[in-house]
Design a binder for this molecule. Structure first.
Ligand SMILES: [Zn+2]
Length: 205
């Protein structure tokens, strides 16, 4: 692409680094911004900068949060003996949208994937073990995608956690997940949490 301006070219180059955004789309977005009021564009860029600088990860569950402890972990209305283990914040959002789950979460920050060089130590697994040691947890629900990485991660977690005498369950995985929890509709996801199955029995199927 030949640009008439270096500033334009730089902005397009930045936008095209975003996932799913090619050069053409990046150019369209940048030209769109040029038509906006300067104040609107400033608000846009400030919100991105502020997001990146000020965002925190809850020190308990590692969910993205504005505070050191997220609102879910801090809430007395939540059932703190049940922990739902998920891949990332999108899964927390999807499960919260079902209004069916009253427990707390643990956000791993990814899945074990030897192909991509992601091992257990790259994920928030040690901190999950620490939460178990506190002795209050009674159930861990594995709500990970029905992919090879999801299965591998659950298998590993179960191995690490089974010394703690608690219940392990998985959300019903026979339904069409389309890979990731965020794509499941709320009713299906809500139902699959309500009808979760003990992990040990899911292995024998
Ligand atoms: Zn939290």
């Amino acid at each position: 692409m030949n640009f008439s301006s270096k500033l334009l070219e730089n902005a397009v180059a930045e936008f095209s680094k975003l996932p799913g955004v090619g050069q053409k789309t990046a150019l369209r977005l940048v030209l769109h911004l040029l038509k906006q009021d300067k104040a609107d564009v400033e608000r846009f860029s400030n919100s991105v900068t502020k997001l990146r600088n000020d965002i925190q990860h809850c020190r308990t569950c590692h969910n993205i949060s504005d505070f050191t402890v997220c609102e879910i972990c801090a809430s007395r209305k939540r059932d703190h003996v049940t922990i739902c283990v998920v891949e990332d914040t999108r899964d927390v959002m999807a499960i919260e949208n079902t209004n069916q789950y009253t427990g707390v979460y643990h956000v791993l920050g990814g899945l074990i994937s030897p192909m991509d060089g992601i091992g257990p130590s790259d994920l928030e697994i040690d901190s999950l073990v620490e939460r178990m040691k506190a002795g209050e947890v009674r159930e861990v629900i594995f709500a990970l995608s029905a992919t090879m990485e999801g299965d591998t991660t659950i298998f590993y977690l179960h191995k690490r956690l089974k010394e703690f005498k608690i219940n392990f369950s998985t959300i019903a995985r026979g339904i069409a997940f389309g890979g990731e929890l965020e794509y499941v509709d709320e009713i299906t996801l809500g139902r699959s949490i309500a009808t979760r199955v003990p992990y040990e029995s899911s292995l024998s199927k």
